[in-house]
Write a protein that binds this ligand. Structure first.
Ligand code: SAJ
Length: 427
């Protein structure tokens, strides 16, 4: 096999993938529409933050093994790692994937291998991508090879997991899977598993849907526990004593660009048979409102409320689909003054004003911790007690443990035991 590869889309997945191919014997052209991305990469600087990426990118750009460009070029392998945005009606917008495929057509030659990595609804490789190639005169699976290969890496560990994780390669026929698998075998140390495109697409979506449904079950348990006056977290710990049970953790909702989105890719293709998946989504989407309902029990009149955590999960700056944003909006609608603090999130990322730790807590009536950042888990509660008006802490993520007796602490275990002397009333 010759060794030229063209990676379209130089984001969180495409760029690390391009770097690793370049380190493993391939001459790589990376393609992106964003001029900052292209110029930054060509000057050896990573436009995205990811552990180890800056150093490794600099080296391979210096060695002339990776070049970024606005347009594709002739290559043996084309990898599509562009985004699949989600439209307002919760359907996948495939226009960027389609445009990327069309952009490679002038450079395609016989025996080339085309691999789609973007997360897509099931059957997209065969029903959307293959016809574009056919219309250009190629027979996918014969003249050119076509496969779907999902990624499953964790931000922060992308360069490690791309190499170590098992990889699923779904060809539109057997030979396509084999050809694409050989490409990944040049660097993947985990198992490279060959299958058909539909199974590969669906497995990626099911991984995240499995998480969504299980988180919904934990969230539903929180609601039932509030109604029946039962300790949610104790129930989960006890149930998980069973060797084959793993009840997930409840929280303020499910954020991010994967678990909160991928189930909809299945729902849009089969609205009839997706009752459980749809219900799970709606339970998880109802959680910000549930959090505010609990706040209503504590805060009887407009109050000063501190929110710790805007990111959708701990120790990252990512606020996409974060439940914190919806909770803040509802609290503001109810007339509360909301002071938000997040040590990871920068002011330019959000519309609301961000405050420092001290500013956010000063004379506050209630602290709600919505993200399990390490900084919040190890808070100095003496500092908090000095700053707040009344020291009531609500922890829907159940991430705080080292608080002291001066604090009225509420999580999903004790929603009905709010000490009435702490209720905040009109001053
Ligand atoms: N959450 C809960 N309860 C839990 C677990 C998570 O409420 O028990 C919430 C989190 O607070 C967060 C959201 O769910 O708001 C998602 O967080 P996450 O860390 O579980 O998932 P993501 O979206 O960061 O990453 C997922 C991962 N998929 C799986 O674990 C199956 C990751 O491996 C994938 O690479 C990524 O999606 C992706 O790209 O699809």
């Amino acid at each position: 096999m010759e060794n030229k590869i063209c990676v379209l889309g130089l984001g969180y997945i495409g760029l690390p993938t391009a770097v690793i191919f370049a380190q493993n014997g391939w001459m790589v052209t990376g393609v992106d529409v964003n001029s900052n991305t292209v110029s930054s990469i060509n000057s050896g600087k990573s436009p995205i933050k990811e552990n180890g990426l800056d150093i490794q990118l600099k080296q391979i750009v210096m060695d002339k093994k990776l070049k970024a460009s606005y347009t594709p070029t002739h290559a043996n392998v084309f990898i599509i790692a562009v985004p699949t945005p989600h439209d307002k009606d919760n359907t996948a917008n495939l226009s960027i994937v389609q445009a990327a495929i069309k952009s490679i057509l002038p450079y395609l030659r016989r025996d080339n291998i085309i691999i789609l990595e973007s997360t897509v609804p099931p059957r997209t490789t065969r029903d959307v991508v293959a016809p574009i190639l056919e219309r250009a005169g190629f027979i996918p699976g014969e003249d050119v090879y076509l496969a779907y290969c999902p990624e499953r890496v964790l931000p922060g560990r992308i360069l490690v997991e791309l190499i170590e994780n098992n990889r699923i390669i779904g060809g539109i026929n057997e030979i396509s899977a084999k050809k694409a698998a050989d490409v990944y075998r040049t660097f993947v140390e985990g198992n490279v598993i060959e299958t058909i495109a539909e199974s590969a697409e669906m497995s990626k979506l099911m991984e995240n849907t499995y998480r969504d449904v299980n988180i919904a079950l934990a969230n539903e348990l929180s609601k039932i526990s509030e109604y029946l006056n039962i300790d949610t977290h104790e129930v989960i710990a006890l149930a998980n004593e069973h060797p084959r049970v793993n009840v997930h953790q409840p929280g303020p909702g499910v954020g991010g660009h994967c678990i909160a989105v991928d189930p909809y890719f299945i729902i849009e293709k089969d609205p009839i048979n997706t009752n459980l998946i749809r219900t799970a989504r709606s339970i998880n989407e109802s959680m910000p409102r549930f959090v505010v309902n609990q706040v209503d029990k504590i805060v009887q009149t407009p109050a000063k409320i501190t929110i710790f955590g805007l990111a959708f999960k701990g120790n990252v700056d990512d606020i996409r689909n974060s439940p914190s944003l919806e909770i803040i909006d509802i609290l503001k609608e109810k007339g509360h003054q909301v002071l938000a603090h997040d040590p990871y999130v920068r002011q330019e990322q959000v519309d609301i004003k961000l405050f420092t730790f001290e500013e956010a807590l000063k004379s506050s009536d209630l602290l709600i911790v919505l993200t399990d950042h390490d900084e919040f888990k190890s808070i100095d509660w003496n500092r908090v007690v000095k700053l707040m008006n009344k020291v009531i802490v609500f922890d829907p993520k159940n991430c705080i443990s080292n608080f002291n007796d001066e604090i009225q602490y509420i999580n999903y275990s004790n929603l009905n035991s709010i000490d009435k002397t702490y209720l905040i009333e009109a001053k």
